[in-house]
Design a protein around this ligand. Structure first.
Ligand SMILES: N[C@H](CCC[C@H](N)C(=O)O)C(=O)O
Length: 290
């Protein structure tokens, strides 16, 4: 499945457990010799009364606690199954609530409350004044990235405000910042270009996945940081390379609501031993094989 091109391999492990080694996850994530994905999602029985527990692994096999676009896709799956307009998803970061947004394959997820304290991002104690971050890569006149906003949406995000997201080589800067010593658990790195009181453009280097077409928690983090610094209002249209998400940081309960599309690319089965994939008929895959 995918949310604005941020793509996922979704296993239904609610009846039979799916336990893959890091090496097997890396093999499946490989876009040349495997299936290819940004994150691997494993649906398991929920211990908290939710419709399912959602386990999240990045393409580098790291397990993480939040994935906004995948939560929309899983919410849609569960609502389809139950023929319901709402679904509850348990994650390591807590319970999330998905609901039908009134159009086919358009889903809203309540992503909970943002966190801003340096301990909650987390940041390393000796660095927790983010104004200390200044990074210039490349020729002496290369643009300098500095003073990121940091937000936790169940996972760590650092957002750099820029005048033009295309003026920076995020493929080069991203990994340096992802692994910056200020982020003891690494971080998702965003460039945000505010384009109006209710709109911004976002490019994301994702922790454990690299450049992605969209990042749901990144869009939430950037919209909240923009509102908190009076760059925008509390409702922001976030334009990512893969398309738009609408984020509302609700004043009444401090929750962040994310609305966007979901797509199913194909379904099938994977052989437990060989990891060979058999597509369900019609064996059509959305868009030509890349
Ligand atoms: N790379 C992220 C997880 C996936 C986030 C993104 N795909 C989203 O839609 O929120 C992390 O390591 O925290």
């Amino acid at each position: 499945m995918n949310g604005l091109g941020n793509d996922f391999l979704v296993f239904d492990a609610r009846r039979d457990p799916v336990r893959l080694t890091a090496d097997e996850i890396l093999r499946l994530a490989d876009r040349k010799t495997g299936i290819g994905f940004d994150q691997m999602i494993t649906l398991e029985p929920s211990g908290a009364g939710a419709d399912a527990f959602m386990r999240i692994h990045n393409a580098d096999s790291s397990e993480v606690s939040a994935c906004g676009n995948a939560t929309r896709c899983v919410g849609w799956l569960l609502m389809q199954e139950k023929d319901s307009a709402a679904a509850t998803i348990e994650t390591r970061a807590g319970l999330l609530y998905a609901s039908d947004a009134g159009e086919p394959e358009l889903i809203t997820v309540d992503m909970g409350e943002p966190k801003f304290d340096w301990r909650d991002i987390p940041l390393a104690e000796e660095f927790h004044d983010t104004r200390a971050i200044e990074l210039q890569i490349g020729p002496i006149d290369a643009p300098i990235l500095h003073s990121p906003a940091v937000v936790n949406m169940g996972n760590p995000h650092a957002i750099f405000w820029v005048d033009d997201v295309e003026a920076y080589d995020l493929a080069k800067l991203g990994p340096m910042l992802e692994h910056h010593p200020i982020f003891p658990e690494r971080a998702n790195i965003s460039l945000a270009q505010v384009t109006g009181p209710d709109s911004l453009i976002l490019k994301v280097w994702e922790r454990g996945a690299g450049l992605t077409r969209a990042c749901g928690t990144g869009a939430c983090a950037a919209a909240v940081a923009a509102a908190r610094t009076r760059r925008t209002g509390r409702r922001v249209r976030v334009t990512l390379p893969g398309g738009d998400l609408v984020i509302t940081w609700r004043e009444s309960d401090n929750h962040v609501m994310m609305t966007g599309p979901v797509e199913t690319d194909f379904t099938g089965t994977i052989d437990r031993d060989t990891l060979a994939v058999t597509l369900d008929p019609p064996a059509s895959v959305r868009g030509a094989a890349e």
